[in-house]
Design a binder for this molecule. Structure first.
Ligand SMILES: [Fe+2]
Length: 472
């Protein structure tokens, strides 16, 4: 029998405690093979340089045309939450402290209406630069029975201990923009990173601990393209958006790295006693979302699962001990990941594979794409007026931001938040060796096309544009 071949002779990447936040963030992979770094640079890093050099006039134009944040109608605010990945924040569990805050509003609840809180209290440890303001807020929203839209009932501002209500004039407009600022930070730095960083552990261990002929290696490997270097540069590079060094023109966040990292922490270790911020625990199912986005994502997840269930049936007996060791290694780093024994039970392996493949392609790419459809002036990144302290407070819309704030954001958006697919999911080739598995791959690609064709809700992203891996 031939000796099993490993991608990096078993000397490859491995997870370790995150250097920047060892107890609050997912394990990180910091020693990345040189050829992976080079491939990343030529396909992705180089684009950053190109965009910094050539996109700045467009970013300037955007800032010049609209140098402040938009005042959001209630309808725009609700639609922006409900029809984008911001819907991830709709939590139907209203914890006791929030029930007290919104006691009056909750009394008006009609039968069949669903009430949600959108909680942005993760902002409480974000420290703003001089002249800028941050507020931690929570919004009470509802979905009337038989209607596919939300209503906004009130916004509470923790710093000023003020409940602002519709009809409160300027204070209401300002509260909405501080809440939307919370939503922007929470998606970018708390919720979306959960799609990125925990999966690095699986990426590194698969490359190092599984032989390249193992079926699990083959089915996962294409979905790992570019990602280790990308994630490492987001977390560790001095020029990354999270580092937010103001000498770079694309650093639009409102404060230094220390405060911003607390947002990443709120996504991974959660916030004690707050049901909107659970601790990360591995689950083979996608986290449910209270909007059509859930249906869109689940339709794709189910297609991945149909495929992986069939593939798992074809895994030869001699590969199974390798898979058990692989799972045991991952379980040491990723809370809740099944051990080698457990992963072979029922559909657990198929579920784990589907979750990884779906997360790194559809779930990740669509988050970026759909976020990118929201006009940037509706997603405040820096506020230059303080949050309301009374319901009679007033402010001028133009004082909310300066030209530089919008310019930096527009450039950062282009570099890091917008989607730039390099390699597409629909072109995936798992390089299976047997005709049975090759047939399953062909069926899977057809299945994805059918999901796209018959999507029963809004197409948050076209299949043809979805990337195969995390590459932006
Ligand atoms: Fe991302």
């Amino acid at each position: 029998m031939n000796k099993p071949k490993y991608l990096y002779d078993r000397k490859g990447p491995w997870p370790q405690p995150s250097p920047s936040h060892p107890f609050g963030e997912a394990p990180a992979v910091v020693h990345i093979p040189k050829d992976e770094q080079r491939t990343w640079f030529w396909n992705i890093g180089f684009r950053y340089i190109r965009n910094v050099l050539f996109y700045w006039p467009k970013a300037m134009l955007k800032a010049w045309q609209n140098p402040s944040w938009e005042i959001l109608d209630d309808e725009v605010f609700c639609d922006q939450i409900y029809t984008t990945p911001l819907a991830k924040f709709l939590n139907a569990t209203i914890d006791e402290p929030l029930q007290k805050i919104f006691a009056e509003q909750l009394k008006d609840k009609s039968e069949g209406d669903e009430y949600y809180v959108a909680d942005f209290s993760c902002m409480k440890n974000v420290i703003p630069f001089k002249g800028l303001y941050v507020a931690s807020t929570v919004a009470l929203m509802s979905k009337p029975k038989d209607e596919n839209r939300l209503r906004l009932h009130g916004i509470y501002i923790f710093e000023t201990q003020l409940l602002v209500l519709p009809g409160d004039g300027d204070a209401w407009s300002l509260a909405k923009n501080f809440a939307m600022m919370g939503a922007t930070y929470r998606i970018l730095l708390s919720t979306h990173p959960i799609l990125h960083f925990p999966f690095d552990t699986i990426n590194a261990i698969t490359k190092t601990a599984l032989p390249v002929d193992n079926t699990v290696f083959k089915i996962l490997y294409p979905h790992f393209q570019f990602t280790l270097t990308l994630n490492d540069s987001v977390l560790e590079s001095k020029s990354s958006p999270v580092y937010n060094d103001q000498k770079y023109p694309f650093t639009g966040f409102c404060g230094p790295q220390d405060g911003l990292l607390t947002l990443l922490e709120s996504g991974y270790v959660g916030i004690e006693g707050n049901s909107s911020y659970p601790k990360f625990v591995w689950d083979i199912e996608p986290t449910p979302i209270n909007s059509d986005y859930n249906i869109f994502l689940k339709q794709y997840y189910d297609a991945f699962l149909r495929f992986t269930k069939e593939v798992v049936k074809h895994i030869p007996a001699q590969e199974k001990p390798e898979i058990k060791i692989w799972a045991d290694y991952i379980a040491q780093w990723l809370p809740g990941f099944p051990s080698g024994e457990k992963i072979m039970e029922g559909d657990m392996l198929a579920g784990c594979l589907a979750k990884v493949m779906w997360d790194l392609s559809v779930a990740h790419a669509t988050d970026h794409h759909s976020y990118g459809t929201i006009p940037i002036n509706r997603l405040p990144l820096r506020m230059r007026v303080p949050p309301p302290a009374t319901r009679k407070d007033t402010f001028k819309a133009k004082d909310q931001a300066k030209f530089i704030d919008i310019f930096k954001y527009a450039l950062e958006w282009k570099l890091f938040f917008n989607d730039h697919t390099v390699t597409r999911l629909i072109d995936v080739d798992y390089k299976f060796a047997t005709p049975e598995l090759q047939k399953l791959q062909a069926n899977f690609l057809q299945d994805l096309e059918l999901v796209d064709l018959h999507m029963p809700v809004k197409k948050y992203m076209e299949l043809k544009n979805i990337s195969i891996s995390i590459q932006f």
